[in-house]
Every structure is written in C-alpha cells, then in structure tokens.
Design a protein around this ligand. Structure first.
Ligand code: C2O
Ligand code: CU
Length: 485
C-alpha cells in the first residue's frame, strides 16, 4: 500500500506540474542538463585565489513551467563550481544576503578549524565572512554547503550547495576526461518533494528526514546530457538531505569508478552499481557508443531490500539523467589501468582507538552541544575511529578536516569503492566500520571541528559531536561559543 500511494502521489504531483510520467520514478528527459558555471578566481596582491560567493534567495524552474522559491549561491539555485590546485592559497569572500544566518562549510577540505565554516562560523544576514587556507591535498571532487546550527537541512534542501574541484599534477598527468562541461561533468543529485503550488514541501517527517519523489540533477528535473566523446567522466555528488542512492544504468552496463570522496583510486574499479549516501561522491567514467541513449537510474537496494530503505514509503527506483550520445563521438584516450598512488593504510601507527556508537540521533548517547568538546586529538597523530551502528536505523558518518581510510567493514577488508580516500561513510543498520584518520597540520585548542551523521535532519537534531586538534601541551578551551545564536 505504501508503494501504491507513493506512486499515485508522484503521478498526481508531477502531472499537475506538466512533466509526463510513465510510472513511479521514471521520467521523460525533456531538459538539457545545466552545467554549474566554473567560477573565475581573481588573484589578489598576495597571490591568493579569491572567490566571491553570495548566499541569496531566488526562484528557479526546478520543474518545467513552474517557478519554485529557492536559495542559491550567486544565482537562484545551487552555486558555481569553485576550482583550485594543490599548492594554491584560496580566499573566499562569502556574503549572506539571506534573511537568516547561514555558514559555508568546505566539505572534504583539509583546513584550519576557523576556516571550516561549521556552526562556529555563522554569518549573520547582511554580513560577510572571509576564510582563507592553503590547498594541500590530492585532486578530488569536494563540495560546499551551509552548516548553521540546527538549520542545515532546510538550507541545503532549498538549494544551497556547490562543487569544489581540486586539481594536482599527479592527476593532470593521467589521460582522464578533463574538459569541464564537455567530457567532465558535475552531477549534483538531490531529491525534492513539491506541493500542489510547486513550492518545496518541507513537511516530510520520515525517520531519515526530507525524502523527495522527484530527482533534480544540477537543479532541474528530467535532464538529459548530450555526450560528444566516447568516454565521459561523471563527478557524482549525492547532495540530498536524506536519501541514499544505488546508481547504475538501465541497460546494466558496467562503468569505471575512478575516485571517491577525497581523491582518485589507485586503479579503476569496474562495476555496474555504486551506492552513495548523503554527501558522498564518486567519479565515474562511462563508455558510450555513437547514437545511443541510456538512463542512469537509482535502483532498489539488494539483495534483501533491508540495507537502507526506511520501512514505509521510500521510493526505490528513481531515474536520474539520460545520456544521449552524438551520432559521431570524438575518440577519448584509453582509460589507464593505474591511476594515482594511494598508500596502504597502516593501522599499526595509530596511537588511539575511539569508539563512536550511533543510536537514536545520538552519538555515544550525547546530543550536540556547541559548548562541549567531545574529543581531543593530538596534531599529526593517527587514530582509529570505530563506528558502530548496532541499531535498526541507517545513518552515515562524516568527519571534518580529514580524508580518512576505511580499515574494515564488519571485520572484512573494505570493498574497492571504499578503499580510497573518504570523508563520509554509509552506516547501515547493524553495521560497523573502522576508519584510520590522520589529523595533520592545524592545531587550535579553541576551535572545534565536527563529526556527524550527514542525514541532515539527524545532524540538525543533534547527531553531531565536536573535536579539537591540539599541539602537545595545549589544553582545549572553547572561546566565545554560543554568543552568536
Ligand atoms: Cu557536509 Cu559537517 O558537513
Ligand atoms: Cu543519522
């Protein structure tokens, strides 16, 4: 009955807005995929790359023929793609033109806690915030999004999110597709629900948070991508507030996964499915033949359907984007067998193991408190973080500042898609993972980083904790927290 009523609701909603629908989750692809503009950075007198982004309210045609009130960066919905290289010093001028406080977090970035953009760096309406940092991490597909205390789900849902691509020399030497918007395509995947007037429906009360019945890619429903090359690289971001996807193609074709959250893999991983929970990324390389069309779809979880659905009403099959190959495709270089150097994780160098138990929107029984430091780690040390979800609800786990490695999943070595650099991992019901993390470079006893569930309703409701990184001999001491809310 849950599935039937979800289907009926979907058809009703979408028909009212004019998008033809065959059946649940299947859409007609009627609009060209928009590509978020690459932002040109200015270089300031100190040689820094300066980006300017403004959080603002607007309205956008998320569904064809309907305007929906939204939030965006430098535009109506989503934001420009920022791009920097390892070795760059980056400075961002963030302006808040919303009428509510916000913040901007650089998800996946290794940087000082004061520049992190979490709940301790709020930007009041009308105010400006200018973080800067050195980029010193491998080429990767990162992203940015708001992180204001207790309000993250709503602000992301309304459209605040953008990609932040990092480059480095090692990745540049590889013959991977790299022509942004041509054969190197960002895909920001988000599910939304609309009410009869076409407004975003923020009333969802599912356990996971806001779950939609309509998938937007780069801010539009029903997108198609015209492909002009034999190989196309898709930088896939699950930018959804709650939904976990199992991506594949309707014809069952295999593709190469060449990277995860924090960088490229040592070697391509060939598969026909890739699962991403909220905030996770994957870089795929897909081979096309001239003239063909194929749909990327999110499939139901298998084998038993219990790994990530909520018990009621969550729609399992959702079409994402149609790839349309030109009748003549430009040749692409062969995908290499080896990609970049990814060192084997060595748990023997860890100085501490910490346990994080996820239960009922709490971590280790605690609800987020901006005035409490939960963990203190020593700068440049390596630790094992053991994440347990021994309960009947799925979550995921994200750590700020670091890219970590997965040591094991339920006691087994990680599957290939989890064997590279990660900053967020899915935590299925009754699942356990051990992570290896190195807290390099930035000690600040007064400013914490966050770790949390990236199902944003859970985060907002307190499924988050704070850690500080200290130098030897430093005592953690939060200063000035809380006087901004
Ligand atoms: Cu993407 Cu603490 O967040
Ligand atoms: Cu959660």
């Amino acid at each position: 009955a849950g599935l039937l009523s979800a289907t009926a609701a979907l058809s009703g909603t979408v028909a009212a807005c004019g998008t033809p629908v065959d059946t649940a989750g299947r859409v007609d692809f009627t609009r060209p995929l928009p590509i978020p503009p690459l932002m040109d950075a200015e270089t300031d007198g100190a040689g820094r790359k300066v980006f300017r982004i403004t959080a603002q309210a607007g309205s956008a045609e998320l569904l064809p023929g309907t305007r929906t009130d939204t939030f965006g960066y430098n535009g109506d919905v989503l934001g420009p793609t920022l791009r920097a290289r390892r070795g760059d010093e980056v400075s961002v001028v963030v302006t808040n033109r919303l009428d509510v406080p916000t913040s901007v977090h650089w998800h996946g970035m290794h940087l000082p806690a004061v520049a992190d953009g979490g709940p301790h760096q709020p930007i009041a309406p009308g105010a400006e915030w200018r973080p800067n940092w050195y980029v010193d991490q491998p080429a990767a597909t990162l992203w940015y999004h708001p992180h204001p205390h207790g309000e993250t789900e709503r602000q992301v849902y309304r459209g605040l999110a953008g990609m932040f691509i990092l480059d480095d020399d090692e990745a540049d030497r590889l013959p991977l597709p790299r022509d942004y918007g041509v054969d190197d395509i960002p895909l920001v995947v988000q599910d939304k629900r609309f009410d009869d007037s076409g407004a975003l429906d923020e009333s969802g009360r599912a356990e996971a948070g806001l779950l939609g019945d309509t998938v937007l890619v780069n801010g539009v429903s029903g997108p198609y991508l015209d492909v002009s090359t034999r190989l196309v690289r898709l930088r896939l971001l699950n930018g959804s507030t709650a939904r976990t996807y199992l991506f594949g193609f309707t014809d069952g074709r295999r593709f190469a996964v060449v990277g995860s959250d924090g960088g490229l893999f040592a070697a391509p991983h060939h598969t026909d499915r890739i699962m991403l929970s909220p905030a996770e990324r994957a870089e795929l390389v897909v081979e096309m033949t001239p003239g063909e069309r194929v749909v990327m779809r999110s499939f139901p979880p298998d084998p038993d359907g219990e790994r990530f659905g909520d018990s009621g009403g969550e729609q399992d099959t959702l079409d994402i984007v149609e790839l349309r190959a030109a009748d003549a495709l430009d040749e692409s270089p062969e995908l290499p067998d080896r990609l970049v150097d990814v060192p084997a994780p060595d748990p023997a160098v860890a100085v501490t193991t910490r346990l994080f138990e996820l239960q009922g929107k709490r971590i280790n029984g605690q609800r987020m408190d901006m005035g409490r430091i939960d963990e203190v780690v020593l700068v440049d040390s390596v630790e094992i973080w053991e994440i347990h979800n021994d309960h009947g609800q799925y979550h995921n786990f994200h750590v700020h500042d670091v890219q970590f490695r997965v040591l094991d999943v339920d006691g087994e070595p990680p599957p290939p898609e989890l064997a590279g650099w990660k900053d967020t991992v899915f935590m299925p019901r009754h699942g356990r993972k051990r992570l290896l993390l190195r807290f390099a470079d930035y000690a600040d006893p007064a400013m914490p980083y966050m770790y949390h569930c990236h199902l944003l309703r859970h985060e907002d409701e307190g499924m988050m904790g704070q850690f500080v990184v200290v130098a030897p001999g430093q005592e953690p001491e939060l200063s000035g927290h809380g006087d901004h809310d």
